[in-house]
Design a binder for this molecule. Structure first.
Ligand code: PLP
Length: 357
């Protein structure tokens, strides 16, 4: 009897989830995590949407599934066909999983500057990977254009075009946004995240703003080297891209079609320096036990800043995009941090986590 009670009490500590049909049905429905230490520090409620819990390990599983399902619905691809994308990271990984689960071939074009781990992972997931010289977007040999050209050269193939295909933002409009609304029971004063394609921010942001009748403020957070903060704060002027960041998967030099669906509805934007993102990455590990990539850490810095703007008692949500596993040889290496001038950004009591040389 006692052990049954103990078991029931332990069981309540785990959320239960009904059975799902394989990989694709496991995408989404991620937990919304209350970040206790940062909430207590600010007097606000700060939440992170745990997108690293998607089955392919990142927020981009939603975009990958949404892009493929949309194309199927419009008859652009039929069973046995080939999905082609230009991507250096998480979207390719999401697509490779979705393609295996649905029986499509997957072809990925990526810049040859990317890590061997990513190339290996995509190949292990069954994708046909083409590392090509890293050249500017204007160059016809840019990896995105090569992906588009290859798809148009073979039958029953689809270039998913994650940056400018708005089925990406739509995937977040129908899943991420409603999940956040339900999980907060409609009590969300601010939502903020960084953008790569802009799908997450535009899709989830649009849903939350509409559902709250404009009450929820939607903010963009940018890494250094991106032009979006100046675009938003200048009322629409695009400047030349300059600078760089340690974050991966975020930052932009243009307004993608996905971002364009919502950019004029934003309440504001700000840039987060790498020094703050890396310090937060270590702090989240130490105080919350969360092992996250740098874009997630940047998002949490932004959530804290937005909570400070909105004041004590406010509720702010951001996105925990992926785990640190894909970047650990950099983020926890003394040599790499020093090469980026970031060793001193990590507070002394957190330096113990920099365990790699
Ligand atoms: C690690 C990581 N964080 C954030 C993003 C940005 O998401 P979105 O493309 O929806 O703007 C990406 C996109 O690839 C990513 O890989």
């Amino acid at each position: 009897m006692l052990s049954a009670l103990r078991h029931a009490a332990q069981r309540r500590n785990f959320s239960s989830r009904s059975t799902v049909q394989g990989f694709n049905e496991a995408v989404g429905n991620t937990p919304l995590m209350y970040l206790k230490s940062l909430s207590e520090k600010t007097g606000a409620k700060i939440f992170g949407k745990a997108e690293f819990q998607n089955p392919g390990g990142s927020v981009k599983d939603r975009a990958a599934l949404g892009l493929v399902r949309d194309a199927e619905g419009r008859g652009l691809i039929t069973p046995g066909g080939t999905i082609v994308e230009g991507t250096a990271g998480n979207t390719g990984i999401g697509l490779a999983h979705v393609c295996r689960a649905l029986g499509y071939k997957c072809v990925i074009y990526m810049p040859d500057t990317q890590s061997q781990e990513k190339i290996d992972l995509l190949r292990m997931l069954g994708a046909d990977v083409h590392p090509v010289p890293a050249v500017a977007f204007e160059n016809p040999k840019n990896y995105n254009h090569q992906a588009r050209d290859f798809a148009s050269s073979i039958d029953n193939a689809l270039w998913t075009n994650q940056f400018d295909n708005t089925a990406n933002a739509q995937a977040h409009y129908v899943s991420t946004g409603p999940e956040i609304w339900e999980q907060t029971q409609g009590r969300v004063d601010g939502f903020v995240c960084a953008t790569g394609t802009g799908g997450t921010l535009a899709g989830a942001g649009k849903y939350l703003k509409e559902k709250s009748a404009g009450r929820t403020q939607i903010w963009l957070a940018d890494p250094p080297g991106s032009v979006l903060t100046s675009y938003v704060t200048s009322g629409g002027k695009l400047v030349e891209r300059s600078g760089s960041s340690i974050t991966e998967g975020i930052g932009q030099g243009r307004i993608t079609d996905n971002l364009a669906t919502f950019v004029n509805e934003l309440s504001g934007a700000f840039t987060v320096p790498d020094s703050k993102s890396i310090a937060m990455l270590y702090e989240l590990l130490d105080s919350e036990g969360l092992y996250l990539g740098a874009s997630s850490a940047l998002n949490v810095v932004a959530a804290v800043e937005l909570a400070q703007r909105l004041g004590p008692g406010s509720s702010v949500v951001t996105v925990l995009c992926d785990g640190a596993y894909r970047y650990q040889s950099r983020l926890f290496s003394k040599k790499w941090l020093t090469s980026k001038g970031l060793e001193d950004a990590i507070p002394p009591h957190l330096k113990k986590y920099t365990v790699l040389d």
